[in-house]
Design a protein around this ligand. Sequence first.
Ligand code: HEC
Length: 170
Amino acid sequence: MSRDQKFFDMYSLVIGVLAAIALAILVLAMKMSDLTQGVYTRDTAEYQAAIANSIAPVGKVYLPGEEQEASGPVVEAATAPEPVAAAMTGPQVYNSACNACHGIGVAGAPKLGDAAQWAERIAQGMDVLVRHAIEGYQGSSGFMPAKGARLDLSDEEVADAVDYMVSESS
Ligand code: HEC
């Protein structure tokens, strides 16, 4: 009987000590986290900002005469970029303004790619061809409207188109 009693006393003592140690560790851990949490999380700008953000009032009331302070991101009025009509390349100009006549040879227009029809014209020299294309002219086979009647084209664009036509037709 006395052995059982001894065992029981010892057992209680061990359990008690273990429980006390566990409690001490728990208290110590709480204390430590209390001391260090602030340093690592609660004092950081992100954490503070997140709190301020989540407890911020949904709306604000401005009394008459009160300046509305800039809250939230100020959206700059997007300045529309200057519409710069990008100059078209020779082939682009040709396709949009010249192909209608020069593609199949409408009304006496020399056909693109037809070297025979172009040889004599090319012999006049590029300056003349470009001038005729820009200013338009009445030739023996038909009427070439100035810039192919596309007066929105720049002289350079028309010249590039002539370059392209000549290179395709010689
Ligand atoms: C409405 C029809 C038409 C359109 C569109 C047109 N052409 Fe012509 N083009 C002609 C005709 C017709 C001739 C031939 C005139 C002649 O020699 O009698 C011609 C001739 C030319 C010549 C030869 C000039 C020469 O001195 O022999 C060039 C270069 C030319 N065109 C360039 C162009 C270019 C570049 C465009 C587009 C920007 C264009 N053409 C659009 C009808 C057109």
